[in-house]
Design a protein around this ligand. Structure first.
Ligand code: PHE
Length: 447
């Protein structure tokens, strides 16, 4: 990264770049499988409530302190209150945990793209195809390595701008295609049950686990509680409205997650019966369900290939932003050059990611806290570290630095419409709820 900070040339530029980081596998792959598993409509409802309360509060706080200080997480916390410097460091650990397994899923996407491109859609729709694939020792590691290489090449040669440009075409296409596929799915016989499950909250399914899962998903999907939005904020110009930008990013991110659910959950009912086992598939859900949908379509191979290519783009813009974050942390802390830092991060991701990938095959005997490797890292970042970072951020800004710092920053561009609400959320509601959820997560994990 240059010594002098550039900034986004226009208002939309910031929103699009932040949305590019936010929209990714979290929306398309993770949201639907959690919604399917944790009660459909009730999960959706809890998620939406959290998005406009907790998500809004945290995102506006992070972007504001980034823009105010002009620094990324470590520097920003250090400047605002020396005693909270460690929060910046803690936030930096998160992308190091997420990147390896994110790229493993990215590899699955490349594999499915290749499969549909070579006309193997029918095989991919078979029940055992996915498990057969991820349990192999070599193939998933190969596709994972290919994915991380694409990411690394983009970062090393600094062609992020090109990818961003391309994704301005790819993202709208992805949305159009997702809407098309969702329409196809919800008009199949038997989809009504699935629609009901997804859209009508069943309050008897509500539990603390629903809230925990929805909250972890919120952080993950909106790239919160890991310093990324602070960095993005540091590049934001003083003349764009913070409040409005945050709204736009949130709406965009949530709408895509919602659509992904609309495409996948009814399909589970149409093609797999919609029983608990089919709904509780977890990380494999998208890869098991969608090929069945494409198989049912005319030109399924072409549509499948196009879909996975667009998903690949959305995933890449996110993994590039993850990788960038890791690289700039190494650059800043160790004073290494950009190339060297990128190579070292890539090797690290290759090693840890391969282990995660093998966790579905030869290393499947390894269980940490009763979880497989991918689920373990996912739990560690989303249910433990991110809530801790979020709590500390609320305490630091709400009670030590003062919410006024954020409020003033927002008010540079006009009135802060929900200032009172923001202040109460930041100081009291968010940290208290987060502490409760964290306790619950840890006690669950400890059995
Ligand atoms: N928010 C991204 C997604 O939904 C994942 C991500 C997390 C990207 C953190 C960058 C940083 O897929």
């Amino acid at each position: 990264m240059d010594k002098k900070r550039g900034s986004f040339s226009n208002k939309m530029g910031f929103v699009l770049a932040a949305a590019g980081s936010a929209v990714g596998l979290g929306n398309l792959w993770r949201f639907p499988y959690l919604a399917a598993k944790y009660g459909g409509g009730i999960f959706l409802l809890v998620y939406l409530i959290l998005a406009v309360t907790l998500g809004f509060t945290l995102m506006i706080t992070e972007i504001a302190i980034g823009r105010k200080t002009g620094l990324s997480a470590v520097g920003a916390f250090k400047t605002l209150d020396k005693r909270f410097s460690f929060v910046g460091y803690l936030a930096c650990i998160v992308p190091f945990i997420i990147t390896p397994y994110y790229c493993v899923i990215g590899g699955w996407v490349v594999k499915y793209f290749a499969a549909f491109l070579s006309g193997q859609g029918a095989a991919a729709a078979g029940d055992e195809y996915f498990n057969g694939f991820i349990s192999q020792p070599v193939s998933p590691v190969f596709w994972f390595a290919l994915y991380i290489m694409i990411t690394a090449v983009v970062v090393i040669f600094g062609v992020e701008k090109g990818i961003e440009k391309a994704s301005r075409i790819m993202m709208p296409l992805l949305i159009v295609l997702t809407i098309g596929i969702a329409l196809f799915c919800i008009t199949r016989p038997g989809a009504g049950e699935g629609l009901k499950y997804y859209l009508l909250p069943d309050f008897s399914r509500f539990s603390a686990t629903t809230v925990l899962a929805a909250m972890g998903q919120l952080f993950y999907s909106m790239s919160l509680a890991m310093g990324i939005m602070i960095t993005y904020g540091s590049y934001m110009k003083k003349n764009s409205s913070l409040e409005k930008s945050v709204r736009q990013i949130e709406i965009f991110d949530t709408a895509i997650a919602f659509l992904a659910g609309l495409m996948i959950i009814p399909s589970v009912f149409v093609f797999s019966g919609g029983d608990e086992a089919a709904l509780g598939k977890g990380p494999s859900l998208m890869f098991v369900t969608l090929p069945k949908v494409f198989e049912d379509m005319t030109l399924g191979n072409v549509i499948g290939a196009a879909f996975f290519l667009l998903v690949l783009f959305a995933a890449l813009t996110s993994s590039i932003s993850l990788m960038e974050t890791n690289v700039s942390i190494i650059q800043d802390k160790l004073g290494w050059g950009r190339k060297k830092s990128t190579v070292v991060v890539t090797v690290y991701v290759l090693i840890l990611g391969s282990i995660v990938s093998l966790g579905f095959g030869p290393l499947s005997f390894i269980k940490l806290l009763g979880l497989g490797l991918l689920d373990f890292f996912d739990f560690l970042s989303n249910s433990v570290l991110m809530p801790i970072v979020a709590i500390l951020t609320c305490i630091c800004i709400g009670h030590f630095v003062g919410s006024k710092t954020v409020e003033d920053e927002v008010e540079i561009n006009g009135a802060f419409k929900v200032k009172k609400f923001y202040r109460i959320m930041l100081k009291w509601i968010a940290p208290i709820c987060l502490v409760l959820i964290l306790f619950f997560a840890v006690s669950e994990a400890m059995g």
